[in-house]
Design a protein around this ligand. Structure first.
Ligand SMILES: Nc1ncnc2c1ncn2[C@@H]1O[C@H](COP(=O)(O)OP(=O)(O)OP(=O)(O)O)[C@@H](O)[C@H]1O
Ligand SMILES: [Mg+2]
Length: 605
């Protein structure tokens, strides 16, 4: 299992293609990249040159120089070290400027692109994963920049400058160092690869654990666990993740530890060898003590960068992988796209037509199951149409197609005679308003939530819409009235109250076409009546499509469309359909007859 997980990074796009695209992202910062190179080079040169000053100080000591000369050297040394440190700060600044600029652009590109993706994407991707791409992966760009570009540059410059200095000091010693260094390369590369694989496995396990936590520690998840008494089962699942995480962490830290030990050892041995080898030359009178000291210090600086460069392929691959994951989302085709010459529909009449429409959620399957199969109907402006049918018949899907959440595979959906695909997306959403069973509330005030229906609605209009939707009682009860925060972590509204917020949104929006999904659950009769009254007010004077669960609705409908397995099997008015004694009559027997008895009771009284 471990072996499978630790397979090395595979890119699905050729490295060169990906690299070119990444380079494109950094092109606007070409000037800043040059500045970065300049700052880096100067910093490296100053830093290493300071080492030579130390050597001069040692030589001065052994040859009995003047105090003044020693003072001069320390001033020079401090200036160089300080200069190099300041350049380091400048380098970080430029680095961040570039990285954060690129990240800013990627984040907004991702956000805009994800918003244009169809509902299919959201219903097939876990929320956690989408969030992690926008946050974790985009943040990885910063590491990718400093881990590859900046580090590589620093390492290469350090190596070059240090070896230039070393060869100038003593070419034999320099040559010896150059021969020893590659011995260091192989273990470094091995450890680097292993560390990277362990880190990836650790990230995957962590992601799995958070996904698990997100599922079980949410309100609905925790209720599910409690209802079925699955605490132990969940503890077991969590325990397995937790164990794996512990083992991976120990392995990862110990691999790092051994590597560090080897580095420390090598770092400690190297100056000893230089002093021993160079010391012979000093005794022979061919080298100065200061030269050997400078050399020892320089040699300690080179093996880190050398190892870094040896690992560049691994680092580059994992950095490219970060970009690949981001590009994967950016390249996801936008299914529902506005045509360049799309028509803007102002003041729609509200005439809706389905013309031999077929649709399947599995657009790419070889044998897709049709959720909607060759459906045709025509709704005149101002009509009220009821959609009825058994569960899974395709009623909700019809309303999705009407709003162009998806495009049908065959056939045309028309609004005022225009193919939806020829209209701007704006005009579709401006024309159609919905009140669905599940109402999403944002974590914000009740007023803001209602105002989402029309952002420029005044306070008075929002209040009027709330009252018309039957929310007056609720507003009185809430601690801060309309200004009370609702939604996630706010005041929790009941199902019926949420639906009335949706009604208020629709009242405020005042759309020519209204789609309503009536509540299936039996609300208490007073609430039910209130919602019915509110929706009746709302439906007046506009085209209304209702997924009907109430007798009063179907009886009032101008047209009833009876769906079964994605097809319209019957259509007509209530009385005609009852007389036909088909599916509608059967549904009526199951769904509406209790209500019918209740209504006759009311009628008698
Ligand atoms: N996102 C989806 N992906 C795949 N299949 C889906 C998706 N949403 C719905 N379906 C399938 O499409 C068919 C029609 O579903 P739809 O939600 O339109 O039914 P419905 O008539 O609204 O049912 P209900 O009365 O229970 O709400 C069902 O078989 C359903 O399983
Ligand atoms: Mg439905």
């Amino acid at each position: 299992m471990m072996a499978r997980r630790m397979a090395s990074t595979k890119l699905s796009v050729p490295k060169r293609v990906l690299g070119r695209r990444v380079a494109g992202l950094f092109r606007p910062y070409a000037m800043w990249m040059l500045v970065l190179v300049g700052v880096l080079s100067l910093g490296v040169v100053l830093d290493l040159r300071a080492v030579l000053v130390l050597g001069s100080m040692v030589d001065g000591m052994s040859s009995g120089t003047t105090l003044g000369a020693l003072d001069g050297l320390i001033v020079l040394y401090v200036a160089m070290v300080l200069g190099s440190a300041l350049l380091g700060v400048g380098e970080s600044w430029v680095n961040q400027l570039i990285a954060q600029g690129v990240m800013h652009r990627l984040r907004s590109d991702l956000h805009d692109h994800l918003q244009r993706l169809s509902l299919r994407f959201y219903s097939s991707t876990r929320t956690g994963e989408i969030l992690s791409r926008i946050s974790t992966d985009v943040n990885g760009v910063q590491d990718a920049l400093s881990g590859t570009f900046t580090d590589f540059l620093t390492n290469a410059l350090t190596l070059i400058v240090a070896f230039v200095f070393m060869f100038r000091l003593d070419w034999r010693l320099a040559l010896a160092t150059l021969v020893v260094l590659p011995l260091w390369v192989y273990p470094t590369m091995r450890v680097g690869t292993r560390l990277r694989d362990l880190r990836r496995a650790w990230h995957e396990e962590t992601a799995r654990m958070s996904a698990h936590l997100e599922e079980t520690l949410s309100v609905s998840g925790s209720m599910l666990v409690k209802t079925f008494g699955r605490q132990e089962h969940e503890a077991g699942r969590f325990g397995a993740s937790n164990d794996a995480l512990r083992d991976l962490s120990i392995k990862r830290l110990m691999t790092g530890r051994w590597f560090n030990m080897a580095t420390t050892l090598f770092g400690a041995l190297l100056p000893g060898l230089v002093y021993w080898f160079g010391g012979r030359a000093v005794l022979g009178g061919t080298l100065s003590v200061g030269t050997v000291v400078s050399f020892a210090l320089l040699s300690q600086r080179v093996f880190g960068p050398f190892a870094g460069i040896a690992r560049i392929n691994t680092t580059l691959l994992s950095s490219l992988a970060v970009f690949e994951r981001i590009f994967e989302y950016l390249d996801m085709p936008v299914e529902v796209e506005e045509r360049p010459n799309a028509v803007r529909l102002t003041q729609s009449r509200g005439e809706v037509e389905f013309d031999h429409v077929s649709f399947s959620y599995q657009s790419h399957a070889t044998h897709p199951i049709e959720a909607i199969d060759d459906v045709s109907f025509h709704i005149e402006a101002g009509q009220m149409v009821a959609l009825v049918g058994p569960s899974g018949a395709g009623k909700t899907t019809v309303t999705y197609l009407m709003q162009r959440y998806y495009d049908p595979q065959r056939g045309i959906v028309r609004l005022d005679g225009h193919d939806l695909r020829d209209l701007t997306l704006d005009s579709i959403s401006a024309t159609i308003g919905t009140v669905m069973q599940e109402t999403h509330l944002f974590h914000s005030s009740l007023a803001d939530n209602i105002r989402y229906g029309r952002l420029d609605g005044t306070d008075a209009e929002v209040h009027a819409a709330a009252v018309a939707a039957g929310l007056a009682g609720l507003i009185e009860r809430l601690p801060d009235g309309l200004e009370t925060t609702v939604g996630e972590r706010g005041y929790r509204l009941s199902g019926g109250e949420k639906q009335r917020v949706a009604i208020a949104r629709a009242i405020l929006k005042d759309p020519p076409v209204l789609i309503l999904d009536e509540a299936t659950s039996s609300l208490d009769s007073r609430l039910e009546r209130e919602i019915r009254e509110a929706t009746a007010v709302l439906a007046r004077g506009r085209t209304t499509i209702v997924i009907a669960h109430r007798l009063s609705t179907v009886m009032a409908a101008d047209q009833i469309l009876v769906f079964d397995r994605g097809e319209i099997v019957e259509r007509g008015r209530h009385a005609e359909l009852l007389a036909r004694d088909g599916l509608y009559a059967a549904l009526y027997g199951e769904q509406f007859s209790d209500e019918a008895r209740g209504m006759t009771g009311v009628a008698v009284r």
